[in-house]
Design a binder for this molecule. Structure first.
Ligand SMILES: Nc1ncnc2c1ncn2[C@@H]1O[C@H](COP(=O)(O)OP(=O)(O)OP(=O)(O)O)[C@@H](O)[C@H]1O
Length: 616
């Protein structure tokens, strides 16, 4: 593990960038016209930048210096009057600068537009990809960290691409152009400058890789911070009930300090890098001035050409000084980009097999054939399970906690795929249907139904996208929810709190039942839907559930055996196996585990009834 981390840290910025570019290439391809046009504008801008010192050279070499050497007689250059040439040179400076600005505007605007479009497409895809990643991935990931990858990491890439990478690209092109012209003017002097660049790169590369390492650590720490915050706020009720505030505050403080230390280290390294480059650049300028002046004195170079040389160096100096900072920023953005690519690289475990078709409307016949499954390969949670359910039958799953009942039902929904064996609906393996068409025909009500922070109407309509108001109300009436919804401040338009926190548990369940009912799905899964409700709420929810499940193949998990004794088939599950199977009457006659559990519950119920009677 340690070795793997080390290897990851050693990877440089360039391989990271290549990975990001290859992953984003489909989105880059979509913007190719805009990118090519902006690139041409950038090349034009670069050429104009290179032209900038040339009017000055012309004025020095052909007007000022000859005039200075021969002050009595102003020379007539190329048959034109010097004042005319001076005016033309001055106009040329303005024209070159003006055209250069227009080209810079077009290239910056075009490239920025392309970057923004590419990254918004990436963000859309990361979000979509996350939604399709298997439950097993999400159960292992920290939600806050994933949120940071979709938001802050992509934002970092956008800012750096627009504000840093584009100017850097322009600078690299102008520096290459400057070097070519310097070589043409005086190759010896140009080679001197070029010899110093590799030294500069060598000295800075180590620092750059350290900056990238700390930036990646810092972004990961930010992800951990976001995860802790998200987890704490998401579970604020239990945090307050258990008085965990101080403990969590300490955990957060330690993580915050770690993140701060890493941020400071990366800032310190960036600043050190910038200063190193500044000193090296000053040495280059001094050497070129010294050697260039010698060349002028030996008539190997004109003073105007030395002026062009020095102007190029000065022009290159600023970008070079900023280069270190820019590369540092790019290293940070690369770390962010790699975090985004990491998410995109995850393959969903459950996905449509090639060539599968959407399912036909189900009759609801379900068959398990020697199904086995484990969350990790070392331990089987479901072991060789087989049973057959006819359309419209009510099946109850009972048994001790942790015996695998919920896991078994999650296999019907393809939240996970079995390791061996198969599950058939209407005689066909469920892996031969598209995942979406399978899930669309199954309604689910869980123990603690999660509602969204949108209106009651939208929450119900999420069960069937595009449902009409009439359908929503019909489902709510079936779920015994219409009356209480009408009493809410804005009725069906009332916006619920986060996770439906502003209404009671029983009300939440009834909205969840309405959401399940609106689907009119042929198969219904109920995973302890009345647990935690008081007797009155339980009664109302149960009567809604009876209407929901009528005539549909239903799987219900319940710890209350009395609630499921009328089921067509009861499966007693223990240790991931079906130990007993039959109707209530058959299982009682069998006198096995189910009968024992039923008797125990009856005794507890009678005792509880006595207690209630005494209290009453
Ligand atoms: N996402 C998961 N990753 C790893 N193990 C899991 C996961 N979910 C459940 N398990 C384990 O699988 C086993 C079966 O869990 P499951 O929730 O299916 O049991 P259950 O019979 O429905 O329990 P209960 O009646 O308490 O809801 C348990 O040992 C549980 O710890």
């Amino acid at each position: 593990m340690g070795q793997r981390v080390k290897e990851k840290e050693l990877k440089g910025v360039i391989p990271g960038l290549l990975r990001i570019f290859s992953k984003f290439s489909p989105y880059i391809h979509q913007q190719k016209v805009l990118i090519i046009c902006s690139f041409l504008a950038l090349l034009f801008e670069t050429s104009l930048r290179l032209l900038e010192p040339w009017p000055l050279k012309y004025v020095f070499d052909h007007i000022l210096i000859p005039a200075h050497n021969n002050s009595a007689n102003i020379p007539n250059t190329h048959g034109f009057h010097p004042v005319l040439l001076l005016t033309l040179s001055a106009v040329a400076i303005v024209v070159i600068s003006g055209l250069g600005s227009i080209a810079a505007y077009l290239s910056t605007y075009g490239m920025s537009l392309a970057v923004v479009r590419i990254l918004s497409e990436v963000r859309r895809n990361v979000f979509n990809h996350l939604q399709h990643l298997s439950l097993s991935f999400h159960q292992k990931s920290k939600s806050g960290d994933l949120i940071t990858r979709v938001t802050a990491d992509i934002e970092k890439m956008r800012t750096v691409a627009v504000k840093t990478a584009l100017p850097l690209l322009t600078n690299i092109f102008s520096m290459l152009g400057m070097l070519a012209i310097m070589l043409w003017l005086n190759w010896e002097l140009a080679l001197l400058v070029m010899a110093i660049f590799p030294l500069l790169m060598l000295l800075t590369s180590n620092m750059i890789s350290r900056i990238r390492k700390f930036a990646k650590k810092h972004r990961d720490s930010e992800g951990v911070l976001a995860a802790t915050t998200g987890e704490t706020i998401g579970a604020i009720k239990i945090v307050q009930v258990l008085s965990l505030q101080e403990m969590l505050h300490n955990v957060f403080s330690a993580q915050n300090q770690k993140s701060l230390d890493e941020a400071i280290e990366s800032i310190r390294l960036s600043a050190a890098l910038e200063r190193t480059v500044q000193i090296l650049m000053a040495i280059i300028v001094a050497v070129v001035l010294w050697r260039g002046s010698h060349a002028v004195l030996h008539k190997e170079l004109t003073p105007g050409e030395l002026l062009v040389f020095m102007t190029y160096l000065k022009n290159a100096f600023e970008p070079m000084r900023r280069l270190s900072n820019q590369v540092g920023q790019i290293a940070k953005a690369t770390a962010s980009g790699e975090r985004v690519v990491e998410v995109l690289d995850y393959e969903p475990n459950v996905k449509d097999l090639p060539g599968v078709k959407p399912a036909h409307p189900f009759f609801g016949a379900v068959r398990f054939e020697n199904v086995a499954f484990g969350y990790d390969s070392s331990e089987e949670i479901i072991k060789d399970i087989s049973f057959i359910v006819q359309p419209g039958q009510q099946v109850a799953l009972v048994g001790p906690s942790g015996s695998g009942k919920s896991t078994l039902l999650s296999l019907i929904l393809r939240l996970y795929d079995p390791e061996s064996g198969r599950i058939l609906i209407d005689g066909q393996d469920i892996r031969e249907y598209t995942v979406q068409s399978l899930r669309q025909q199954i309604s689910v009500v869980l123990q603690d139904s999660v509602l969204f922070a949108v209106s009651v109407k939208e929450n119900i309509a999420y069960g069937k996208l595009g449902a009409t108001d009439k359908e929503v109300e019909k489902a709510a009436r079936l779920a015994n929810a219409h009356e209480f919804i009408m009493k809410l401040p804005q009725g069906y338009d009332t916006i619920l709190g986060d996770r439906g926190g502003t209404i009671s548990g029983g009300q939440r369940q009834r909205i969840a039942i309405a959401r399940a009912a609106i689907r009119q799905a042929p198969i219904v899964i109920l995973d302890e839907p009345t647990t935690g409700l008081d007797k009155k709420s339980e009664y109302i929810v149960n009567s809604a559930l009876a209407k929901l499940t009528q005539g549909r193949t239903t799987f219900v998990i319940s710890h209350n055996l009395k609630a499921v004794e009328n089921a067509d088939m009861i499966l007693y599950v223990e240790g991931g196996r079906i130990l007993e199977q039959g109707t209530h009457r058959e299982l009682i006659c069998l006198g096995g585990h189910y009968a024992t559990l039923y008797r125990m519950q009856s005794v507890v119920d009678i005792e509880a009834g006595d207690i209630y009677a005494v209290e009453a």
